[in-house]
Design a protein around this ligand. Structure first.
Ligand SMILES: Cc1cc2nc3c(=O)[nH]c(=O)nc-3n(C[C@H](O)[C@H](O)[C@H](O)COP(=O)(O)O)c2cc1C
Length: 384
């Protein structure tokens, strides 16, 4: 019988206490300058009994930002304060990978450096999708993504070098590894998508090899700096979030990625197996869209590293049933981690879960809906 509490050595490098992953979640609680802070260290530390924490998406440069108040790792203050987070998680015995993203076209001039246009694989705008920024009156809210500027070939290569520096910084600030956010319609996925990427240079054109080149060059840089056991990649093969056109050869793309990432020794693939409709995350309904077991079995046969499944898990039974298929190694929980800092213990003991209020997902109200959820009760835990 599969056991959610069996330890795992990730990539032969990072020891995980159990098979539970805290999924990456943007929470917009940074301090001025998009700097992580002590409150965030408390939040992550409270959740350190997960086998692995993947942080909220972190901006690799000011141009990678599409949402107000997401943290970065490009300033001295940001790097200094990430130490608060990694130290706190490690003090509690947990492990943490930093999720890194560039949002590409999912931005707006109002949040870009010097009001420039968002960076795009082409000039094609995300017609039906919003970004989370301050409006003209300074009020935080959702506005339609701006029209992007097509990146020149040498700018894409320069961005690979930006990522390479960030990998060094992630290691030096104490992260156990990095996860590249190649899901949910952000820049990596914008490049990989055959409908959206109509470029004619080495990062586009008709071939899968060209469309995935940007991701693979970044993966190569990550493996070079950190070693393959400390690199994971998140993918959402069937996702249409952020106005992504459906990939007509989704299976071919997924298997190609599994093969290429496997060849590079990447520690894990983090698969989101649900379809998220267009719209913003606060109103999005997460409808299940399962990658069928036949396809997953092919991924499993192709990719030698660990596979994380994320989306809709709420119980130990559900998670262990997924592990029992033998097709995945780790189960990620997103929303359940918002209201249940001690999710691992709750699952272990069958204790009830708290449902968090969606209106606190992204706010500037500090601890409210962030660090103010208590554990199921230390005294109860002691007597049981
Ligand atoms: C508030 C919130 C913020 C999120 N932020 C991110 C993010 O920064 N990076 C990412 O890859 N996914 C993000 N997601 C998606 C989650 O990682 C996860 O895939 C999704 O919530 C489905 O899992 P669940 O059913 O366990 O919640 C976010 C989801 C929520 C609810």
């Amino acid at each position: 019988m599969a056991d959610l509490f069996e330890p795992l050595s990730l990539g032969g490098t990072v020891s995980l206490n159990n098979r539970i992953v805290m999924a990456p979640m943007t929470r917009t609680r940074t301090s001025e300058g998009d700097v992580p802070n002590a409150l965030m260290a408390t939040y992550y530390g409270q959740r350190a009994s997960a086998g692995l924490i993947v942080t909220e998406a972190v901006d690799v440069a000011p141009s990678s930002k599409g949402y107000a108040w997401t943290p970065g790792i490009y300033s001295e203050a940001q790097r200094r304060n990430w130490r608060l987070v990694t130290d706190e998680i490690h003090r509690k015995g947990g492990a943490v990978f930093m999720q890194l993203w560039h949002v590409g076209r999912m931005a707006h001039p109002s949040i870009m450096p010097n009001g420039e246009m968002p960076w795009g694989v082409t000039e094609q705008r995300a017609e039906h999708s919003d970004v989370f920024v301050h409006d003209a009156n300074g009020k935080l809210g959702y506005i339609r993504a701006g029209t992007p500027r097509r990146l020149a070939t040498n700018e894409v290569s320069a961005l690979v070098r930006t990522f390479a520096q960030v990998f060094v910084d992630a290691r030096e600030t104490g992260f156990d590894g990095v996860e590249l956010h190649a899901a949910n319609g952000y820049l990596f996925e914008q490049f990989m998508n055959p409908v959206l990427n109509t470029r004619k240079d080495r990062y586009g054109g008709g071939s899968l090899q060209d469309r995935t080149r940007f991701l693979m060059e970044v993966v190569d840089a990550a493996v070079h700096e950190l070693g393959p056991g400390r690199v994971g990649v998140r993918l959402s093969p069937f996702g249409l979030f952020n106005s992504m056109p459906a990939d007509p050869d989704v299976e071919g793309t997924l298997l190609y990625l599994a093969e290429e990432l496997g060849r590079r020794g990447v520690a894990y693939l983090h698969l989101i197996y649900e379809l998220m409709p267009t719209g913003n995350m606060e109103t999005a309904e997460f409808k299940a869209r399962y990658i069928d077991h036949g396809l997953l079995a092919k991924v499993r046969a192709t990719f030698p590293g660990a596979i994380i499944w994320c989306g809709g898990f709420k119980s130990r039974e559900g998670a262990e049933a997924a592990l029992e298929t033998g097709l995945v190694d780790l189960i990620a929980f997103g929303r359940p981690y918002i209201g249940n800092p001690d999710l691992a213990e709750r699952l272990r003991h069958g204790w009830p879960l708290v449902e968090a209020d969606r209106s606190t997902y992204y706010t500037r109200r500090g601890p409210l809906g962030f660090t103010d959820f208590s554990s199921f009760g230390g005294s109860q835990a002691a007597v049981l």
